[in-house]
Design a protein around this ligand. Sequence first.
Ligand code: EPZ
Length: 418
Amino acid sequence: MCVYEITGGRPLAGQLTVQGAKNSVLPILAASILAPGESVIHNCPDLSDVSATLDILRLLGCGVRREGHTVRVDASTLGESRIPDQLMGELRSSVVFLGALLSRCGGAELAYPGGCELGPRPIDLHLMALQTLGAEIEEEQGRLRCRWGPGMSGRELYLSIPSVGATENAILAACGCWGVTTIIGAAREPEIEDLQAFLQAMGAEVTGAGTSTIVVAGGGQLHPAEHTVMGDRMAAATYLCAVGAAGGCVRLRGVEPRHLTAVLSVLEEAGADVQADREGISIACAEPLCGVRPVRTAPHPGFPTDAQAPLMAALCGGTGTTMFVENMFSSRYRHVGELVRMGADIQVDGRVAVVTGRHLRGAGVRGTDLRGTAALVVAALAAKGTSQVSGIRYIRRGYQDLEGALSTLGADIKLTEE
Ligand code: EPZ
């Protein structure tokens, strides 16, 4: 099994162009089936989650060609509306195909996406949204079977939680639904704005993304489009936390600072020198990060849950004390035990974790989810000595060539056989 071997204590320096956003390209690839013809998607990151999504598109009958970071999806030959179980298991977020397949084919069948490393991942809001628009949904032996009922029509629907996935599913289903759909309580994440931009390029009448009210005038004939995916703000947040942990001076290009306001604000409060402009973000850390006011994860524009673990790792090796409150998922502290093995002082009580900074030491640690494993890499960059970090398959899901990117910035990191 491959592991990262990381020797900490080396400040990072240099420039990096951030990958395309995983959480934007996945719904955009699903949206590409809404119209026959070939859509072209640029800045598509090389990730296992993306490869799994391309496999789903192929299984549905689409033509898929990948040329570097450009993907061409020809949905003219779409002929299937069932997604096999093993691909659903691999990729929870493929539940967003429900709305896209309903729109294009009038029906969809897929396995009920299970929970994951972050705890239960219900989809009740997804199903409520589609049923409000007139979908008839049967759940049988762990599979979901959906089709438009006679009452299919645009309507007002309310999300009691600003769920990113449920918002995306509702938008995609509404595109195939005659009439106007108003989504109230929508998630405001930038990835939804990126999805809206792609859909608008396809001729869809979608407005309001980035706010909590999104309006879709559905039923029109759509056409293929060309789109460049936004930069991955969570990958950027991880690299910024890596500099916070190891010290140094790094410039990130290809990411919009306005997408990371909450993260930049906390890093500045912790003592980092952060400069943001139209082209990207620069960060310099000459001293270890200090403790900050409580970090409470929240829907955008609040502090993003996906940055909680990398920030915690950066603060573990700093000074002072910080309280984290993880409000989005029930089991998103699985990295804590492994950070403690590196000498971190973290006390967890339910959703609260209190971190007191101290010197970290290299250790053999095991990642069990995407952002948690990235956090172990961040901590290893600060730790004295060498660490072995396993869980590379999780990293491959969301970070494009993490070891190459960090090596470019001067980190001592290599992939080795355990
Ligand atoms: C998206 O997941 C992201 N994934 C996650 O990133 C991210 O952590 C999350 O949004 C929150 O920002 C992708 O975009 C592919 P939610 P999603 O629906 O859509 C509850 C990463 O590391 N909920 O916004 O699944 C849910 O349990 C990943 O890149 C319901 O109760 O998240 C959670 O507590 C991890 N019922 C909260 O809402 C539902 O029907 C937010 O979940 C749906 C969600």
